[in-house]
Design a protein around this ligand. Structure first.
Ligand code: GLV
Ligand code: MN
Ligand code: MN
Length: 398
């Protein structure tokens, strides 16, 4: 499975993955998922939001145990973020069959669409729609960098954008959702464990900062006459770092767009996207308010206007304690497993508001993620599959 997926959407220059929602690379990932389902004799379906499902047992019976993740990527993402959860889910189904256990609850493998939000700016679109956490109308109008709407992109990929929306009947058939994911930090490595269980997801969000100044000649405009939004942007990036450091939070400007983007012109517009996360919502609000205030103060000094738009927000997620403890007991009979929080967002965080949800993490020796250098050792991936199979067996077969 890993070898088949390896080439899909991989950029030969960077070595990273560019599997964006509703692009040809995404279509290829989806074809791979469908083939995996059909090769195993699992009942394949896509839901109204384009999420893919592969069922073992009766999908209508209810109380299903569902596992899976996503196949899309960030720009130049790694191989593991998302795909490890989907590949491990299919491998765990194989393992259950090899163990000859008989599930008495339906099992499903899922691929949630557009988890990273790399193309349309909003993360977890597939699971948000399904959970009723994103209105269909708002989703359809999301635009990519070329101005293509999500509705149009879906249509071009052969899906019906008029069908999207909340899917409470589907969620009501799920008794538990377990997402396996590569760890995106080094806690497991430092603890010396190949697999861990998630306790919580930090609250996080994305804010768009528009800095508007005045385009002018780089060679003739006196420094004191400039309204240079790049300066205000730069000060804001530094302020974000300082605020995050003093609050024990995280704040990142990782994406920027400049107009007119000419080497010999002062910019008229700098648009920067802030990603910020913290252990609790009050701290997060404080950090973002502080960054916004710094942007406005510097903007006033530079003669630059500042507009801030919150593009998304995901509240803190505390995973259901009974399911979390059950997982820890199922895979930690011999050696207790670490139970750890994460600053990364996941479809599991969205589903947790509607169904009992848990996560397993697989060790990442460097902690690097959202980068081509993301890595997990084969033995650890195999330990992840065993742990997931143990969990599925414990939940669905006993
Ligand atoms: C998803 O990977 C996120 O945390 O941004
Ligand atoms: Mn990710
Ligand atoms: Mn992910």
């Amino acid at each position: 499975m890993w070898r088949e997926l390896a080439a899909v959407g991989r950029d030969s220059g960077s070595g990273g993955y560019r599997r964006y929602a509703w692009t040809p690379a995404d279509t290829d990932c989806r074809a791979w998922f469908r083939a995996q389902a059909e090769d195993r004799g699992l009942a394949y379906e896509t839901d109204r939001n384009g999420n893919q499902w592969a069922w073992l047992g009766d999908s209508a019976a209810g109380d299903a145990v569902v596992t899976g993740s996503h196949l899309d990527s960030v720009p130049d993402g790694g191989a593991f973020d998302g795909p490890l959860g989907v590949v491990s889910a299919f491998a765990a189904v194989d393992e259950l069959r090899a163990r000859d256990v008989r599930p008495h609850r339906p099992l499903a493998v899922v691929n949630f669409g557009d988890e990273e939000g790399a193309r349309f700016g909003l993360a977890c679109v597939g699971s948000r729609l399904t959970a009723g956490r994103l209105a269909a109308r708002d989703a359809r109008e999301l635009r990519d960098a070329d101005g293509v709407t999500l509705a149009h992109a879906m249509e071009r990929a052969g899906y019906d954008p008029d069908a999207i929306g909340a899917d409470p009947e589907r969620l009501a058939r799920i008794g538990a959702f377990v997402e396996l994911h590569v760890e995106q930090g080094r806690a497991l490595d430092l603890d010396g464990h190949p697999v861990g269980v998630a306790s919580a997801i930090w609250p996080h969000g994305r804010w768009r900062f528009d800095f508007r100044g005045q385009a002018n000649h780089a060679g003739t405009t006196r420094l004191e006459d400039r309204h240079d939004p790049m300066l205000t942007y730069a000060e804001t990036v530094l302020a974000a770092r300082a605020r995050a450091r003093t609050s024990g939070a995280l704040a990142t400007f990782g994406k920027v767009a400049v107009e007119p983007n000419g080497v010999n012109a002062i910019a008229s517009l700098v648009r920067g996207w802030l990603d910020s996360r913290a252990a609790d919502e009050d701290t997060l609000a404080e950090v973002v308010a502080g960054i916004e205030q710094a942007a406005r103060e510097h903007g006033a000094r530079d003669g630059v206007s500042v507009e801030v738009v919150r593009e998304s927000f995901t509240p803190v997620v505390e995973f259901a304690h009974d399911l979390r403890d059950r997982l820890a007991a199922l895979i930690g009979a011999d050696t207790p497993v670490p139970v750890l929080p994460t600053g990364a967002g996941h479809d599991a965080g969205i589903l947790a508001s509607a169904v009992p949800t848990a996560m397993l993490f697989v060790r990442n020796p460097t902690g690097v993620s959202h980068s081509p250098a993301e890595f997990a050792a084969e033995d650890d991936c195999a330990a992840g599959v065993t742990a997931l199979a143990d969990v599925l067996e414990g939940l669905a077969c006993r």
